[in-house]
Design a protein around this ligand. Structure first.
Ligand code: AMP
Length: 280
């Protein structure tokens, strides 16, 4: 059944209050819509763990550091609702901007340290926007558990940090990255890649996998990085923004996987910025 769509925080709160009184566990899956199987895997995880599931769809203007990126971001609400019909979703919360940032809104949630590197270093203000909207969605939904993708690994760490630091009573759960058959990590932004460029896209994940294998075999990031970057550029990407081995917990830079580590990349393909990461 197509789930109920709610557009105001007052209606959402009334519903959630009822669930909480009945002792039900509430799960939330925050998204910006243009749903794909990656998002739907989070919905499945929420459904498996919780009595009630809220999917939020909000294209958050505060996390776009580039206005044309915000304008071109795909918006497919009807399709999204249809895709959710095969799950046990109780509510799709689609707030207007006024419900999240009412007139006079003046607060920013800013997580320091974790956001200085990787995407944070290349997209000024991005993680402040993410941290602020996620805090709002946590307080508006009152969710007990929240499901985020490892696809956005840095975001996942930032969200875990803010929930702990602000004593928000929500458990943040990371879920594995879902990929296309050729290895490309699913992303709403993949819709923006032209057919000609799409053929080149799997090189990103291939280069990551090869570099991870090299690291596992005892190589260093310094030695292996150049070859991986060359492969990505040779495939037709125009720029590699970063390609780093980093510690999972604090995202500090590593040369060998001496602690639990992640290899993370951002690169541009035909005007579209793609990110990916894998465990090492
Ligand atoms: P977005 O709509 O891009 O803001 O993403 C909403 C949520 O879906 C975030 O927690 C993402 O990390 C997650 N997500 C996006 N792509 C994938 C994927 N390919 N696999 C798993 N989770 C994903």
């Amino acid at each position: 059944m197509t789930p109920q769509i709610i557009r105001t925080k007052a209606e959402l709160r009334a519903l959630v209050n009822g669930w909480k009184r009945a002792g039900e566990r509430v799960g939330v899956v925050p998204t910006m819509g243009a749903l794909h199987e990656g998002h739907l895997s989070l919905v499945q995880a929420a459904q498996d763990a919780c009595d009630r599931v809220i999917v939020t769809i909000f294209v958050n203007p505060k996390q776009f550091n580039n206005p044309s990126d915000l304008d071109s971001y795909p918006r497919t609400e009807e399709d999204d609702a249809r895709k959710l019909a095969r799950f046990d979703v109780d509510v799709v919360y689609v707030p207007g901007v006024d419900q999240v940032y009412p007139e006079g809104f003046a607060t920013t949630v800013s997580v320091s340290g974790l956001t200085d590197v990787l995407c944070g270093a290349h997209r000024p203000g991005h993680f402040d926007g993410v941290a602020t909207v996620v805090t709002k969605l946590f307080t508006q939904t009152g969710a007990d558990q929240a499901f985020f993708g490892e696809k956005d690994f840095q975001q996942l760490q930032v969200v875990k940090r803010l929930a702990a630091d602000l004593d928000i009573p929500v458990e943040v759960i990371g879920c594995p990255t879902i990929r296309e058959e050729d290895g490309l990590a699913m992303s709403s932004r993949n819709l923006l890649i032209s057919d000609r460029a799409r053929i080149k896209a799997p090189a990103l994940h291939e280069a990551l996998s090869e570099m991870a294998a090299g690291l596992r075999a005892g190589g260093t990031a310094t030695d292996l990085r150049q070859k991986a970057e060359a492969k990505i550029l040779a495939a037709g990407f125009t720029e590699v923004e970063y390609l780093d081995l980093r510690a999972c917990d604090d995202l500090s830079l590593l040369d060998t996987p001496s602690r639990e580590a992640r290899l993370l990349v951002a690169a541009w393909l035909a005007g579209v910025r793609l990110i990916d990461n894998i465990a090492v």
